[in-house]
Design a protein around this ligand. Structure first.
Ligand code: CAA
Length: 379
């Protein structure tokens, strides 16, 4: 067992750390306050190759491993989870899905600009009536010969307005349940496709979350991903990798809050000494550091398994379940350590606490992760 990052991984980690400090940190409070999408920052992330990290160079990607990807996710999320969720969705859900299961035509036309960061992608599974119960898709795609006619509504779509390329999951034959589901590539601008208003969220407020409406949208047949009926498996396989990305996001949020709390506790004095020297605070810091390290090991292990070509279903769900709980616990403690200052925006920890919550909800709630984990261990 080797607990050592390679030179290249350390370099990438440092590049992401520098980017987060110089490009994300200025303006992060304002973007959160005004729900402003970090457009300029995302453009620069694309130029750095962070939007197609695991895609092969042949398709304009950076050709890196999953471990490098989680290192980047962790560093960006310490500062700005609204920016890091764009990186997560584009890399693990959209680019991974297209490179692994798309046709040559789809990779040429859609993957290349996404991996280069010239375009942004979105993954559209959730619906008003089908979030956790993903087989109950109400969006329909009727086979019309040369094209599918798409109708329905999708909810909570990250990058909903910013994206140009949408991977949309829809029911093509209800009688077949999950075997009658397909995944399609839908382009912004296709007739009948409209984007709903932006959601006013508790956390990751800079991220661009919308509902989407499809009204008789004609989707060319060549835009179906994989064989007929492959859509549910496509969504599940893609989400497995997505969960590692969100686990890394949760880890970064926790680590970011911990670093702030540690720094504050070392400089803030009460009763004649830094509060870090009071056992009540020192023990909190010890718990936080230990939880973060345990989460980190789970996240890195899941990424390592993916890099080895081994199954990571179990490890990815464990990492997401645990890291998201740690993110919640640690950010609450970070606010507590800051006292009254933790409750105001300038000190960042209240935002991290609000951002942490979504990691227990999206890409499968904690309850869904427990379902996946229990099935895997009982099987
Ligand atoms: N890999 C491959 N196949 C899988 C799979 C996996 N990980 N998981 C399930 N399948 C297959 C099963 O083998 C089965 O196929 P067969 O019948 O051929 O054997 C089929 O899929 C149906 O499986 P289940 O019976 O297990 O399906 P289920 O209805 O019980 O649901 C579930 C399983 C795990 C609960 C699934 O519905 C699920 O993951 N739900 C959560 C969905 C989710 O994460 N939503 C979040 C939205 S995306 C998002 O948040 C993105 C964003 O914008 C940030």
């Amino acid at each position: 067992m080797l607990f050592q990052l390679s030179e290249e991984q350390l370099m990438i980690q440092q590049a992401a750390r520098d980017f987060a400090q110089t490009e994300l940190k200025p303006g992060v409070i304002e973007r959160d306050e005004h729900q402003k999408f970090p457009a300029e920052q995302v453009k620069k992330l694309g130029e750095l190759g962070f939007l197609g990290m695991m895609v092969s160079e042949k398709y304009n990607g950076s050709g890196l491993d999953a471990l490098s990807y989680v290192l980047v996710m962790e560093e960006l999320s310490k500062i700005d989870a609204s920016a890091s969720v764009v990186v997560s969705v584009n890399n693990s859900l959209v680019c991974y899905g297209l490179e692994s299961y798309g046709s040559d035509f789809q990779k040429e036309k859609y993957l290349k600009p996404l991996a280069a960061g010239e375009k942004i992608g979105a993954f559209c599974l959730s619906e008003p009536e089908a979030g956790s119960d993903a087989t109950s898709q109400q969006t329909t795609a009727v086979d019309m010969g040369d094209y599918y006619l798409l109708n329905g509504t999708k909810n909570w779509i990250t990058n909903g307005n910013t994206a140009s390329t949408y991977l949309v999951i829809a029911q093509t034959d209800r009688s077949l349940r999950h075997k009658g589901i397909n995944a399609f590539i839908v382009e912004k601008g296709m007739e009948g496709f409209t984007v709903g208003p932006k959601e006013n969220k508790m956390g990751i407020r800079g991220s661009d979350t919308h509902s989407l409406m499809f009204n008789d949208v004609k989707v060319p047949k060549e835009n179906r991903i994989g064989e007929d009926g492959f859509g549910f498996k496509f969504a599940m396989k893609t989400l497995e990798g997505g969960r590692i990305g969100i686990a890394a996001q949760a880890l970064g949020i926790a680590a970011g809050a911990y670093e702030l709390a540690l720094g504050y506790a070392q400089q803030r004095k009460s009763f004649g000494k830094p509060i870090a020297e009071h056992q009540a605070i020192a023990f909190k810091l010890a718990d936080m550091a230990t939880q973060i390290e345990a989460a980190r090991l789970l996240v890195y292990k899941a990424a390592w398994l993916k890099d080895q070509g081994q199954s990571y279903t179990l490890a990815g769900s464990m990492a997401k379940l645990y890291a998201s709980k740690v993110a919640m616990d640690v950010t609450i403690e970070a606010v507590q350590i800051h006292g009254g200052y933790g409750f105001v925006k300038e000190y960042h920890v209240e935002r991290l606490m609000r951002d942490a919550k979504i990691t227990q909800i999206y890409e499968g709630t904690s309850e869904i992760q427990k379902m996946v984990i229990s099935r895997e261990i009982i099987r």
